[in-house]
Design a protein around this ligand. Structure first.
Ligand SMILES: [Zn+2]
Length: 331
């Protein structure tokens, strides 16, 4: 699932590719991806609007349109935004498309169709409203702090989590607390800070909290600079990211820790695959053995894509080729 760096990359690519263009028409191919309004109102409301710019809030992509209207897109599991000449054939996974006045289309492609698109008004306080009425309540009010904003200091992190008895990894994934961190960057930040994912937040020492703050900001900034991690379906309008080549623990089960050489291990924390170096990241008392005994590794659905799969993107096929090469080495 795309996390903050991937969504930020899409937002920046889109800003460069579509700012200034005018939407001449819209097609909704699958209405269930549209959270609000209904399809006829959507196509009606976007027609003739100019794209003024793009920004990000949490994992939402916000496209600012003329007349105080915002187009919101959440990629969820497999969503992609593509900007292509309108003459390029649409594949069956295009759920929605906007035709631009310069002969291109902005297409929302989503294989598993969990992604969400919404068209809402901008409120007078700058927040996205819940629908096309600018007086409706803010849509994203329950979202937490932005980890790359200046306000996210070590003290701010301490104030957010130091009193909580929740396992630190679960807290990092809680979007009401800090936004944009998913499974990849939670595992990476905890490895950098040498903190075991099962450690209760209120048992972290001040030095560990400082290290965690540095690790979160560091790994997210580096990932934005690298255009995100192209794992599974993520690609940006201007192409794949390369952070996946620089990850220290995520999906490196069995490979040596970049710090100490011990094998990276995978277990399950709160239903999520979790990657740790058990030498660098000491388990809190009583947690280690239970976590290890539940270690599992099932295939993700996208691992079933082969280089020949029809409808796969270039990056999906490339990932499939890398996978089959790896399996060849292992055999
Ligand atoms: Zn290590």
């Amino acid at each position: 699932m795309p996390e903050l760096p991937e969504v930020e990359t899409v937002v920046r690519d889109l800003a460069r590719l579509v700012t200034g263009a005018t939407i001449t028409s819209a097609n909704v191919f699958r209405e269930r991806n549209l959270a609000t309004p209904d399809a006829p109102s959507f196509t009606d409301a976007v027609r003739g609007r100019r794209i003024l710019g793009t920004r990000r809030r949490a994992k939402w992509i916000i496209v600012e349109l003329s007349g105080g209207i915002l187009l919101l897109v959440h990629l969820r599991m497999t969503g992609q935004l593509l900007v292509l000449p309108a003459t390029v054939e649409r594949d069956p996974y295009i759920r929605l498309s906007l035709t631009l006045d310069d002969g291109r289309e902005l297409r929302f492609r989503d294989v598993r169709a969990f992604g969400r698109v919404a068209l809402v008004a901008q409120r007078s306080d700058g927040e996205a409203a819940s629908n096309l009425d600018p007086h409706s309540p803010p849509l994203l009010a329950d979202h937490g702090v932005e980890p790359l904003a200046a306000a996210f200091t070590a003290d701010a992190l301490r104030a957010l989590i130091a009193h909580r008895g929740t396992r630190i990894k679960s807290l990092l994934l809680d979007q009401r607390c800090i936004v944009g961190i998913g499974n990849i960057y939670a595992d990476e930040a905890l490895w950098r800070a040498k903190i075991h994912p099962l450690t209760p937040a209120n048992r972290l020492r001040p030095a560990q909290l400082d290290a965690l703050h540095l690790a979160i900001v560091g790994v997210l900034s580096e990932a934005v600079a690298a255009r995100g991690s192209s794992i599974n379906d993520y690609t940006a309008p201007d192409g794949d990211g390369e952070m996946q080549e620089r990850l220290d623990v995520y999906q490196r089960t069995g490979e040596p820790c970049h710090r100490c050489g011990a094998a990276i291990q995978r277990s399950v924390v709160g239903g999520r695959g979790t990657h740790v170096c058990r030498t660098c990241q000491r388990a809190p008392r009583g947690a280690g053995r239970a976590a290890a005994s539940r270690a599992v590794r099932g295939p993700r659905w996208s691992e079933r894509v082969t280089p020949e799969t029809v409808g796969a993107t270039r990056s999906e096929r490339a990932a499939a080729r890398r996978r089959s090469a790896r399996q060849g080495e292992a055999a």
